[in-house]
Design a protein around this ligand. Structure first.
Ligand code: SF4
Ligand code: SF4
Length: 108
């Protein structure tokens, strides 16, 4: 698919094609990351319904996490969760945790 840049958008920020969101990894500019506490989750799917980017994953009637490529970190899922099962954490902190996990993958 041809990439649109801001220079090609008509005035008024009209989106010229439908269903383009899937082609852009909006997660790239996320500053907060949602983290699920499975122990608290009751699989009510409020987060799935409210997420504006369809970034909540559901498998076999269970809420299983987030598609981080498209999650922009708005926090709506955390706000709407009736069980406070989603916490928004600093993205830089989350990346640090990933690095630590990778460093420790051999149990060192
Ligand atoms: S933080 Fe926003 S975009 Fe990300 S999963 Fe939650 S509601 Fe969706
Ligand atoms: S809104 Fe909260 S309790 Fe409901 S499925 Fe999402 S994380 Fe689980």
């Amino acid at each position: 698919m041809r990439q649109w840049t801001w220079r090609e958008h008509p005035l008024g920020a009209v989106i010229p094609e439908a269903a383009t969101a899937d082609h852009y990894e909006t997660g790239g500019w996320r500053s907060l990351r949602p983290v699920l506490d499975r122990e608290k989750c009751i699989d009510c799917f409020f987060c799935f319904i409210y997420c504006p980017d369809s970034s909540v994953m559901v498998q076999e009637d269970k809420m299983t996490g987030f598609k981080l490529q498209h999650c922009k970190g708005c926090g709506i899922c955390a706000h709407e969760c009736p069980k406070e099962a989603i916490t928004m954490i600093n993205e830089a902190e989350a990346k640090g945790l990933e690095t630590c996990a990778a460093d420790n993958k051999d149990g060192a």
